[in-house]
Design a protein around this ligand. Structure first.
Ligand code: NAD
Length: 392
Protein backbone atom coordinates (compact mmCIF):
# COMPACT_ATOMS: atom_id res chain seq x y z
CA UNK A 1 0.00 0.00 0.00
CA UNK A 2 1.17 3.58 -0.71
CA UNK A 3 0.55 5.58 2.47
CA UNK A 4 0.14 9.36 2.40
CA UNK A 5 -1.17 11.31 5.42
CA UNK A 6 -4.94 11.57 5.79
CA UNK A 7 -5.45 14.48 8.18
CA UNK A 8 -8.97 15.12 9.49
CA UNK A 9 -9.20 18.00 11.93
CA UNK A 10 -6.79 17.43 14.80
CA UNK A 11 -6.20 13.79 13.98
CA UNK A 12 -4.44 11.87 11.27
CA UNK A 13 -6.38 8.72 10.46
CA UNK A 14 -3.52 6.64 9.11
CA UNK A 15 0.14 6.02 9.85
CA UNK A 16 3.30 4.99 8.05
CA UNK A 17 5.18 1.95 9.44
CA UNK A 18 8.59 2.93 8.10
CA UNK A 19 8.26 6.52 9.30
CA UNK A 20 7.21 5.31 12.76
CA UNK A 21 10.27 3.05 12.80
CA UNK A 22 12.49 6.04 11.96
CA UNK A 23 10.90 8.02 14.79
CA UNK A 24 11.60 5.20 17.28
CA UNK A 25 15.15 4.79 15.93
CA UNK A 26 15.88 8.52 16.30
CA UNK A 27 14.76 8.40 19.94
CA UNK A 28 16.89 5.32 20.60
CA UNK A 29 19.92 7.04 19.04
CA UNK A 30 19.37 10.12 21.18
CA UNK A 31 19.58 7.97 24.32
CA UNK A 32 22.53 5.91 23.05
CA UNK A 33 24.49 9.11 22.39
CA UNK A 34 24.28 10.10 26.05
CA UNK A 35 26.67 7.31 27.07
CA UNK A 36 26.55 5.18 30.18
CA UNK A 37 23.85 6.31 32.59
CA UNK A 38 24.95 4.09 35.45
CA UNK A 39 22.60 2.23 37.71
CA UNK A 40 18.88 2.32 37.05
CA UNK A 41 15.71 0.28 36.96
CA UNK A 42 16.00 -3.11 35.31
CA UNK A 43 12.35 -4.21 35.09
CA UNK A 44 9.98 -1.47 34.01
CA UNK A 45 6.23 -1.46 33.45
CA UNK A 46 5.06 1.34 31.13
CA UNK A 47 1.32 2.00 31.00
CA UNK A 48 0.68 3.94 27.78
CA UNK A 49 3.90 2.74 26.15
CA UNK A 50 3.22 3.26 22.46
CA UNK A 51 3.35 7.01 21.79
CA UNK A 52 4.37 10.35 23.30
CA UNK A 53 5.83 10.48 26.78
CA UNK A 54 5.17 6.79 27.53
CA UNK A 55 7.10 5.59 24.48
CA UNK A 56 9.96 7.92 25.39
CA UNK A 57 9.91 6.48 28.94
CA UNK A 58 10.15 2.98 27.54
CA UNK A 59 13.06 3.92 25.28
CA UNK A 60 15.03 5.66 28.05
CA UNK A 61 14.45 2.67 30.36
CA UNK A 62 15.54 0.11 27.77
CA UNK A 63 18.38 1.93 26.03
CA UNK A 64 19.55 4.10 28.93
CA UNK A 65 19.47 1.47 31.66
CA UNK A 66 19.23 -1.82 29.78
CA UNK A 67 15.84 -2.45 31.38
CA UNK A 68 13.44 -5.19 30.45
CA UNK A 69 10.24 -3.40 29.51
CA UNK A 70 6.67 -4.56 29.71
CA UNK A 71 4.25 -2.15 28.05
CA UNK A 72 0.51 -1.67 27.86
CA UNK A 73 -1.19 0.32 25.11
CA UNK A 74 -4.49 0.54 23.28
CA UNK A 75 -3.75 0.53 19.58
CA UNK A 76 -5.48 -0.68 16.43
CA UNK A 77 -3.79 -3.38 14.37
CA UNK A 78 -3.74 -3.08 10.58
CA UNK A 79 -6.52 -4.56 8.48
CA UNK A 80 -6.43 -5.45 4.82
CA UNK A 81 -7.55 -1.97 3.76
CA UNK A 82 -6.39 0.19 6.65
CA UNK A 83 -3.08 1.00 8.25
CA UNK A 84 -2.55 0.34 11.95
CA UNK A 85 -2.39 3.27 14.37
CA UNK A 86 0.96 4.96 14.86
CA UNK A 87 1.34 3.46 18.33
CA UNK A 88 1.00 -0.01 16.84
CA UNK A 89 3.80 0.64 14.35
CA UNK A 90 5.94 2.34 17.01
CA UNK A 91 5.55 -0.73 19.19
CA UNK A 92 6.36 -3.09 16.32
CA UNK A 93 9.52 -1.07 15.61
CA UNK A 94 10.47 -1.01 19.30
CA UNK A 95 10.08 -4.79 19.53
CA UNK A 96 12.19 -5.34 16.43
CA UNK A 97 14.97 -3.08 17.67
CA UNK A 98 14.84 -4.47 21.21
CA UNK A 99 15.16 -8.00 19.81
CA UNK A 100 18.18 -6.93 17.75
CA UNK A 101 19.74 -5.51 20.92
CA UNK A 102 18.83 -8.59 22.97
CA UNK A 103 16.56 -6.56 25.23
CA UNK A 104 13.40 -8.14 26.65
CA UNK A 105 10.24 -6.37 25.48
CA UNK A 106 6.65 -7.48 25.77
CA UNK A 107 3.56 -5.41 25.03
CA UNK A 108 -0.03 -6.10 25.96
CA UNK A 109 -2.55 -4.34 23.74
CA UNK A 110 -5.84 -3.74 25.53
CA UNK A 111 -7.76 -1.52 27.92
CA UNK A 112 -5.43 -0.67 30.80
CA UNK A 113 -8.41 0.49 32.86
CA UNK A 114 -9.83 -3.04 32.92
CA UNK A 115 -9.25 -5.71 35.57
CA UNK A 116 -8.49 -8.26 32.82
CA UNK A 117 -5.48 -6.35 31.48
CA UNK A 118 -4.18 -5.80 35.02
CA UNK A 119 -4.36 -9.56 35.56
CA UNK A 120 -2.68 -10.25 32.23
CA UNK A 121 0.17 -7.89 33.13
CA UNK A 122 0.63 -9.49 36.55
CA UNK A 123 0.76 -12.93 34.96
CA UNK A 124 3.41 -11.69 32.51
CA UNK A 125 5.46 -10.08 35.30
CA UNK A 126 5.36 -13.28 37.36
CA UNK A 127 6.33 -15.40 34.36
CA UNK A 128 9.06 -13.21 32.89
CA UNK A 129 10.31 -10.59 35.36
CA UNK A 130 9.41 -11.70 38.87
CA UNK A 131 8.79 -8.13 39.99
CA UNK A 132 9.01 -4.59 38.60
CA UNK A 133 11.13 -1.80 40.02
CA UNK A 134 9.51 1.05 38.13
CA UNK A 135 5.95 1.78 36.98
CA UNK A 136 5.36 4.61 34.52
CA UNK A 137 1.77 5.77 34.27
CA UNK A 138 1.38 7.62 30.95
CA UNK A 139 -2.17 6.93 29.83
CA UNK A 140 -4.06 9.66 27.99
CA UNK A 141 -7.60 8.72 27.12
CA UNK A 142 -10.88 10.51 26.48
CA UNK A 143 -12.91 7.81 28.25
CA UNK A 144 -12.67 5.13 30.91
CA UNK A 145 -14.91 2.22 31.76
CA UNK A 146 -14.97 1.70 35.52
CA UNK A 147 -13.87 -1.93 35.80
CA UNK A 148 -16.04 -2.61 38.84
CA UNK A 149 -19.33 -0.99 37.80
CA UNK A 150 -19.05 -1.07 33.99
CA UNK A 151 -20.01 2.61 33.89
CA UNK A 152 -18.34 4.61 31.10
CA UNK A 153 -16.95 8.04 32.01
CA UNK A 154 -16.01 10.62 29.39
CA UNK A 155 -13.62 13.47 29.99
CA UNK A 156 -14.31 17.03 28.84
CA UNK A 157 -11.92 19.86 28.10
CA UNK A 158 -13.74 22.85 29.56
CA UNK A 159 -12.98 25.75 31.85
CA UNK A 160 -14.11 25.59 35.45
CA UNK A 161 -16.01 28.40 37.15
CA UNK A 162 -16.87 30.65 34.22
CA UNK A 163 -17.00 31.12 30.47
CA UNK A 164 -13.62 31.68 28.84
CA UNK A 165 -13.06 33.51 25.58
CA UNK A 166 -9.69 33.28 23.93
CA UNK A 167 -7.84 32.97 20.65
CA UNK A 168 -7.42 29.61 19.05
CA UNK A 169 -6.06 28.24 15.80
CA UNK A 170 -8.11 25.93 13.64
CA UNK A 171 -5.49 23.67 12.05
CA UNK A 172 -8.04 22.36 9.54
CA UNK A 173 -9.06 25.75 8.15
CA UNK A 174 -5.77 27.60 8.84
CA UNK A 175 -7.78 30.14 10.78
CA UNK A 176 -7.10 32.17 13.93
CA UNK A 177 -10.40 32.90 15.61
CA UNK A 178 -11.97 33.54 18.97
CA UNK A 179 -13.57 30.69 20.86
CA UNK A 180 -15.85 30.94 23.81
CA UNK A 181 -15.69 27.89 25.98
CA UNK A 182 -18.58 27.24 28.30
CA UNK A 183 -17.72 26.15 31.83
CA UNK A 184 -18.05 22.54 32.87
CA UNK A 185 -20.76 21.48 35.28
CA UNK A 186 -20.02 19.38 38.38
CA UNK A 187 -20.78 16.13 36.62
CA UNK A 188 -18.36 16.92 33.79
CA UNK A 189 -15.64 17.77 36.29
CA UNK A 190 -16.31 14.55 38.21
CA UNK A 191 -16.24 12.48 35.02
CA UNK A 192 -12.96 14.02 33.85
CA UNK A 193 -11.37 13.24 37.22
CA UNK A 194 -12.65 9.67 36.88
CA UNK A 195 -10.89 9.32 33.51
CA UNK A 196 -7.65 11.26 33.96
CA UNK A 197 -7.33 11.46 37.77
CA UNK A 198 -5.39 9.13 40.01
CA UNK A 199 -7.93 6.37 40.63
CA UNK A 200 -6.72 3.99 37.96
CA UNK A 201 -3.06 4.58 38.86
CA UNK A 202 -3.92 3.62 42.46
CA UNK A 203 -5.78 0.54 41.21
CA UNK A 204 -2.70 -0.51 39.26
CA UNK A 205 -0.41 -0.05 42.25
CA UNK A 206 -2.84 -1.91 44.47
CA UNK A 207 -3.17 -4.83 42.03
CA UNK A 208 0.61 -5.05 41.61
CA UNK A 209 1.29 -4.83 45.36
CA UNK A 210 -1.39 -7.42 46.22
CA UNK A 211 0.13 -9.80 43.68
CA UNK A 212 3.57 -9.32 45.26
CA UNK A 213 5.14 -8.07 42.04
CA UNK A 214 6.24 -4.61 43.23
CA UNK A 215 9.90 -4.67 44.14
CA UNK A 216 11.13 -3.04 47.34
CA UNK A 217 11.88 0.65 46.61
CA UNK A 218 9.82 0.63 43.40
CA UNK A 219 9.50 4.06 41.81
CA UNK A 220 6.37 5.18 40.07
CA UNK A 221 5.35 8.37 38.31
CA UNK A 222 2.42 9.75 36.43
CA UNK A 223 2.71 12.76 34.16
CA UNK A 224 1.07 16.14 34.41
CA UNK A 225 1.06 19.44 32.63
CA UNK A 226 0.85 22.51 34.85
CA UNK A 227 1.63 25.35 32.43
CA UNK A 228 1.12 29.03 33.20
CA UNK A 229 -1.40 31.89 32.91
CA UNK A 230 -1.95 31.46 29.15
CA UNK A 231 -3.02 27.84 29.47
CA UNK A 232 -4.44 27.79 32.99
CA UNK A 233 -8.02 28.66 31.96
CA UNK A 234 -8.18 25.71 29.56
CA UNK A 235 -5.73 23.34 31.21
CA UNK A 236 -4.26 23.90 34.67
CA UNK A 237 -7.41 25.34 36.23
CA UNK A 238 -9.85 23.60 33.90
CA UNK A 239 -11.45 20.13 33.99
CA UNK A 240 -8.22 18.37 33.01
CA UNK A 241 -6.33 20.37 35.65
CA UNK A 242 -8.82 19.15 38.27
CA UNK A 243 -8.07 15.59 37.17
CA UNK A 244 -4.35 16.29 37.40
CA UNK A 245 -4.80 17.73 40.93
CA UNK A 246 -6.23 14.35 41.84
CA UNK A 247 -2.85 12.82 40.95
CA UNK A 248 -1.31 14.79 43.84
CA UNK A 249 -3.85 13.13 46.15
CA UNK A 250 -3.04 9.73 44.64
CA UNK A 251 0.69 10.20 45.21
CA UNK A 252 0.15 10.68 48.93
CA UNK A 253 -2.18 7.67 49.09
CA UNK A 254 0.29 5.43 47.22
CA UNK A 255 3.27 6.54 49.30
CA UNK A 256 1.34 5.94 52.54
CA UNK A 257 -0.21 2.66 51.52
CA UNK A 258 3.02 1.05 50.32
CA UNK A 259 5.44 2.61 52.81
CA UNK A 260 6.47 -0.91 53.92
CA UNK A 261 7.65 -1.55 50.36
CA UNK A 262 9.31 1.89 50.30
CA UNK A 263 7.42 2.73 47.10
CA UNK A 264 8.32 6.22 45.89
CA UNK A 265 5.53 7.84 43.89
CA UNK A 266 5.76 11.18 42.12
CA UNK A 267 3.80 13.35 39.77
CA UNK A 268 6.20 14.65 37.11
CA UNK A 269 5.35 17.87 35.33
CA UNK A 270 6.45 17.95 31.69
CA UNK A 271 6.41 20.61 29.02
CA UNK A 272 3.68 21.07 26.41
CA UNK A 273 4.34 18.83 23.46
CA UNK A 274 2.67 17.97 20.19
CA UNK A 275 1.23 14.55 20.91
CA UNK A 276 -2.02 12.92 19.89
CA UNK A 277 -3.53 13.83 23.25
CA UNK A 278 -2.40 17.50 23.18
CA UNK A 279 -3.58 18.27 19.64
CA UNK A 280 -7.14 17.60 20.74
CA UNK A 281 -7.10 20.37 23.35
CA UNK A 282 -8.48 23.76 22.20
CA UNK A 283 -5.87 26.56 22.31
CA UNK A 284 -2.96 24.09 22.55
CA UNK A 285 -2.00 24.08 18.83
CA UNK A 286 -1.72 27.91 18.91
CA UNK A 287 0.10 27.94 22.23
CA UNK A 288 2.50 25.18 21.18
CA UNK A 289 3.21 26.86 17.81
CA UNK A 290 4.22 29.99 19.74
CA UNK A 291 6.34 28.22 22.35
CA UNK A 292 8.13 26.31 19.61
CA UNK A 293 9.07 29.65 18.05
CA UNK A 294 10.29 31.14 21.33
CA UNK A 295 12.02 28.04 22.69
CA UNK A 296 13.77 27.25 19.40
CA UNK A 297 15.10 30.81 19.38
CA UNK A 298 16.23 30.41 22.99
CA UNK A 299 17.83 27.07 22.17
CA UNK A 300 15.70 25.30 24.80
CA UNK A 301 13.35 23.39 22.52
CA UNK A 302 12.92 19.75 23.56
CA UNK A 303 10.91 16.76 22.40
CA UNK A 304 9.48 13.89 24.47
CA UNK A 305 12.74 11.97 24.51
CA UNK A 306 14.82 14.90 25.81
CA UNK A 307 12.22 15.67 28.48
CA UNK A 308 12.04 12.08 29.70
CA UNK A 309 15.79 11.61 29.54
CA UNK A 310 16.17 14.73 31.71
CA UNK A 311 13.43 13.59 34.07
CA UNK A 312 15.00 10.17 34.66
CA UNK A 313 18.61 11.30 34.95
CA UNK A 314 18.13 14.56 36.87
CA UNK A 315 15.08 13.82 39.04
CA UNK A 316 13.26 10.51 39.10
CA UNK A 317 16.24 8.21 39.50
CA UNK A 318 18.40 10.33 41.80
CA UNK A 319 18.26 10.03 45.57
CA UNK A 320 16.18 12.78 47.26
CA UNK A 321 15.38 14.72 44.08
CA UNK A 322 14.47 18.38 44.16
CA UNK A 323 10.67 18.77 44.18
CA UNK A 324 8.22 21.68 44.14
CA UNK A 325 5.94 22.66 47.03
CA UNK A 326 3.53 19.86 46.13
CA UNK A 327 6.33 17.26 46.01
CA UNK A 328 6.24 17.13 42.20
CA UNK A 329 9.22 16.64 39.91
CA UNK A 330 9.39 19.60 37.55
CA UNK A 331 10.79 19.35 34.04
CA UNK A 332 8.78 22.26 32.66
CA UNK A 333 10.98 25.13 33.83
CA UNK A 334 12.34 25.98 30.39
CA UNK A 335 8.76 26.61 29.25
CA UNK A 336 7.17 28.11 32.33
CA UNK A 337 9.88 30.53 33.51
CA UNK A 338 8.74 34.16 33.57
CA UNK A 339 11.05 35.42 30.80
CA UNK A 340 9.97 32.75 28.31
CA UNK A 341 6.32 33.15 29.22
CA UNK A 342 6.57 36.93 28.75
CA UNK A 343 7.85 36.41 25.20
CA UNK A 344 5.05 33.95 24.44
CA UNK A 345 2.48 36.32 25.95
CA UNK A 346 3.74 39.20 23.77
CA UNK A 347 3.36 37.02 20.67
CA UNK A 348 -0.01 35.78 21.86
CA UNK A 349 -1.31 39.35 22.13
CA UNK A 350 -0.01 40.27 18.67
CA UNK A 351 -0.99 37.16 16.74
CA UNK A 352 -3.68 37.58 14.07
CA UNK A 353 -4.76 35.68 11.00
CA UNK A 354 -2.39 37.79 8.89
CA UNK A 355 0.80 37.39 10.90
CA UNK A 356 0.26 33.90 12.39
CA UNK A 357 2.74 32.12 10.12
CA UNK A 358 5.44 34.76 10.72
CA UNK A 359 5.03 35.00 14.49
CA UNK A 360 4.63 31.30 15.22
CA UNK A 361 6.48 28.13 14.34
CA UNK A 362 3.39 26.46 12.95
CA UNK A 363 5.58 24.82 10.33
CA UNK A 364 7.51 23.14 13.18
CA UNK A 365 4.28 22.23 14.96
CA UNK A 366 2.81 20.74 11.80
CA UNK A 367 5.94 18.76 11.06
CA UNK A 368 5.94 17.32 14.59
CA UNK A 369 2.26 16.52 14.19
CA UNK A 370 2.86 14.60 10.94
CA UNK A 371 5.83 12.82 12.48
CA UNK A 372 3.59 11.45 15.24
CA UNK A 373 2.07 9.33 12.49
CA UNK A 374 5.33 8.50 10.75
CA UNK A 375 5.13 11.16 8.03
CA UNK A 376 7.58 13.84 6.92
CA UNK A 377 10.76 11.92 7.70
CA UNK A 378 13.60 12.46 5.23
CA UNK A 379 14.76 9.14 3.86
CA UNK A 380 11.31 7.56 3.75
CA UNK A 381 9.82 7.31 0.26
CA UNK A 382 6.16 8.14 0.77
CA UNK A 383 5.35 7.35 -2.87
CA UNK A 384 6.59 3.78 -2.58
CA UNK A 385 4.56 0.68 -1.79
CA UNK A 386 5.08 -0.42 1.79
CA UNK A 387 3.93 -3.49 3.75
CA UNK A 388 1.34 -2.13 6.17
CA UNK A 389 0.34 -5.45 7.74
CA UNK A 390 3.10 -5.29 10.32
CA UNK A 391 2.72 -7.49 13.39
CA UNK A 392 4.50 -7.81 16.76
P1 NAD B 1 -0.35 10.03 23.93
O1 NAD B 1 -1.72 10.19 23.37
O2 NAD B 1 0.81 10.22 23.02
O3 NAD B 1 -0.18 8.56 24.60
C1 NAD B 1 -1.20 7.94 25.30
C2 NAD B 1 -0.86 6.47 25.54
O4 NAD B 1 -1.91 5.88 26.30
C3 NAD B 1 -0.74 5.62 24.26
O5 NAD B 1 0.28 4.66 24.45
C4 NAD B 1 -2.09 4.90 24.18
O6 NAD B 1 -2.07 3.67 23.47
C5 NAD B 1 -2.32 4.68 25.66
N1 NAD B 1 -3.74 4.47 26.02
C6 NAD B 1 -4.78 5.33 25.88
N2 NAD B 1 -5.91 4.76 26.37
C7 NAD B 1 -5.55 3.53 26.82
C8 NAD B 1 -6.27 2.46 27.42
N3 NAD B 1 -7.57 2.54 27.70
N4 NAD B 1 -5.58 1.33 27.73
C9 NAD B 1 -4.26 1.21 27.46
N5 NAD B 1 -3.52 2.20 26.90
C10 NAD B 1 -4.18 3.34 26.59
O7 NAD B 1 -0.30 11.00 25.19
P2 NAD B 1 0.87 11.88 25.87
O8 NAD B 1 0.68 13.30 25.41
O9 NAD B 1 2.18 11.21 25.78
O10 NAD B 1 0.35 11.86 27.37
C11 NAD B 1 0.83 10.96 28.34
C12 NAD B 1 0.71 11.63 29.69
O11 NAD B 1 1.54 12.81 29.71
C13 NAD B 1 -0.71 12.12 30.01
O12 NAD B 1 -0.96 11.94 31.38
C14 NAD B 1 -0.64 13.60 29.69
O13 NAD B 1 -1.59 14.36 30.38
C15 NAD B 1 0.79 13.91 30.14
N6 NAD B 1 1.37 15.16 29.59
C16 NAD B 1 1.24 15.48 28.27
C17 NAD B 1 1.78 16.69 27.82
C18 NAD B 1 1.65 17.10 26.37
O14 NAD B 1 1.80 18.30 26.07
N7 NAD B 1 1.44 16.18 25.47
C19 NAD B 1 2.47 17.54 28.69
C20 NAD B 1 2.62 17.15 30.02
C21 NAD B 1 2.06 15.95 30.47
Amino acid sequence: MVIQPKVRGFICTNAHPQGCAVSVQEQIEYVQKQGNLGDGPKRVLVLGCSTGYGLASRIVSAYGYGAQTLGVCFEKPPSERKTATAGWYNTAAFHQKAADADLYAKTINGDAFSNEIKEEVITAIKADLGQVDMVIYSLASPRRTDPNTGEVYKSTLKPVGGTYTTKTYDTDKDLIHEVTLEPANDEEIFNTVKVMGGEDWEMWMSALADAGVLAQGCKTTSYTYIGKELTWPIYGQATIGKAKEDLDRAVKAINNKYADLNVQAYVSSLKAMVTQAASAIPVMPLYISLIYKVMKEEGTHENCIEQIFGLFTEKLLVADPETDEANRLRMDGKETNDATQAKIKALWDQVTQDNFHQLSDYAGYHQEFLRLFGFDFAGVDYDAEVEHQVQW
